[in-house]
Write a protein that binds this ligand. Structure first.
Ligand SMILES: Cc1ncc(COP(=O)(O)O)c(C=O)c1O
Length: 424
């Protein structure tokens, strides 16, 4: 082992020893913000692997398949050119914005002005933070789905806002209960409700919904736009899953007048198998794009041009690309259904997106209990639904981003340990 020759010397400077012995005081805004669940869990899985457990991770939704070869070829060819390595425009290259605009027209029948209504992002996750930082002041209220993507909650808190959950229930097809929403907004905004009028600024929605896999309907989107207009709340729709196991992609911006009150995030991470490339997009009215750009342009200095050009290529892929991706996910999903049957979980077969969401049997208190029992006995990791909010406590989520062989091996392991599992 390499040991510094200074290892036995006493620190000469007091501040150095303070740094060595104490943790730095983190900002108040980080209070209540834990490390992202998966980042912690992956460390634990690493530890188990070091002990020889060989864990199969059925948790994270990161596509294991590559992008289309033409996309990779574009990146290779473009990055070999000498004049593509400088800082790029804060608004993204026009080639990419034009490709996004054409993609929205072709698949969602939505008109977007490539000059003014599109802002490419370094993944949609950063867009969630930018939107919160752009619009929220200390104490502003935000409606967040429970269960829902945990980043909405942490971004709202980091920006100083206050999360107000709206519960999604299975018996309501995982759609918001609009009567309950009305009551929530009115009671929190009235003086007796302790809030101030207009305190609700944003509402996060996400259909196809993660983690439940619920598809949107046109009428749901119309109701949400009407709700935003009535209460002057900016509707932020997060739409990364519309092509996965779904033949009818919908955009909230298709609703007439939606741009007056809504913005939409989209992503190439899932539909184009480009999660690590970090390419997303924010679309909406020119004014919203300009507002978010005011914040974002202070945070980064554009995206590598060859990545943008390759992303533009990916957006031009024909229907057969999406069909091929979905053929793979469909086959995998059949094996996941088998795995869930073994665990006596109940699920809806018509879910969209790259996960299967399933209700756990009654002999487990929560999905955490089932997930831990399966992980520690069989070395298979399944996401507990409770990480998406307490309304997900009675559920688990299995990612489709593993090979058929890995799912088959998971089934084998679970079968072998079935006699010791509570589920039997
Ligand atoms: C609902 C939802 N929104 C956004 C993201 C982030 O996507 P991106 O890779 O574009 O940042 C994810 C990723 O898992 C997600 O599940």
């Amino acid at each position: 082992m390499l040991i510094s020759k200074f290892a036995n010397e006493k620190p000469r400077c007091k501040s150095i020893s303070n740094f060595q012995n104490n943790r730095m005081q983190t900002s108040k805004r980080l209070e209540g913000i834990g490390e992202y669940y998966f980042s912690q869990k992956l460390r634990e899985i690493d530890e188990l692997n070091k002990q020889g457990k060989n864990v199969i991770n059925l948790g994270i939704g990161s596509p294991d398949l590559p992008p289309h070869p033409d996309v990779i070829k574009t990146l290779q060819e473009e990055s070999a050119k000498p004049n593509v390595h400088a800082y790029q425009s804060y608004k993204g290259s026009l080639v990419l914005r034009k490709a996004i605009s054409d993609w929205y027209k072709k698949w969602y029948d939505v008109e977007l002005n490539a000059d003014t209504e599109i802002l490419p992002l370094i993944g949609s996750k950063e867009g969630i933070m930018h939107i919160c930082m752009t619009y929220l002041d200390e104490g502003d209220k935000v409606l967040v789905p429970n269960p829902g993507y945990p980043t909405y909650r942490s971004a709202v808190k980091l920006a100083g806002g206050e999360c107000v959950d709206y519960e999604l229930k299975e018996e309501n097809n995982w759609e918001p209960d609009f009567d309950a929403l009305e009551k929530l907004v009115v009671s929190s905004s009235s003086p007796t409700g302790g809030g101030r009028a207009g305190a609700f600024k944003l509402m996060w929605i996400n259909y196809p919904q993660m983690p439940t896999g619920q598809l949107p309907t046109k009428s749901l989107f119309e109701k949400i736009v009407a709700f935003g207009k009535k209460h002057n709340i900016l509707i932020c729709h997060d739409n990364p899953y519309s092509f996965i196991l779904n033949d009818n992609p919908l955009s909230l911006l298709h609703v007439p007048g939606a741009k007056e009150v809504a913005i939409e995030l989209n992503s190439l991470s899932k539909s184009q198998n480009m999660a690590g490339w970090r390419v997303g997009v924010l679309s909406g009215a020119k004014e919203r794009i300009d507002e978010v750009l005011r914040f974002k342009s202070n945070m980064d200095s554009g995206m590598f041009l060859p990545v943008q050009l390759a992303a533009a290529k990916a957006l031009q892929l024909p229907k057969s690309w999406y069909n091929d991706v979905n053929t793979v996910y469909r086959k995998r999903r059949e094996i996941v259904f088998e795995l869930l049957d073994l665990l006596q979980c109940v699920y809806d077969k018509s879910q969209a997106g790259m996960f299967v969401w399933a209700k756990i049997p009654s002999n487990y208190k929560t999905g955490f209990e089932l997930s831990d029992e399966v992980l520690y006995n069989t070395g298979v990791f399944i996401t507990p639904g409770g990480i998406f909010g307490n309304a997900g406590d009675g559920y688990i989520r299995v990612s489709l981003c593993s090979t058929e062989e890995k799912f088959a091996e998971s089934i084998k392991r679970i079968k072998a340990f079935l006699p010791v599992l509570k589920v039997k």
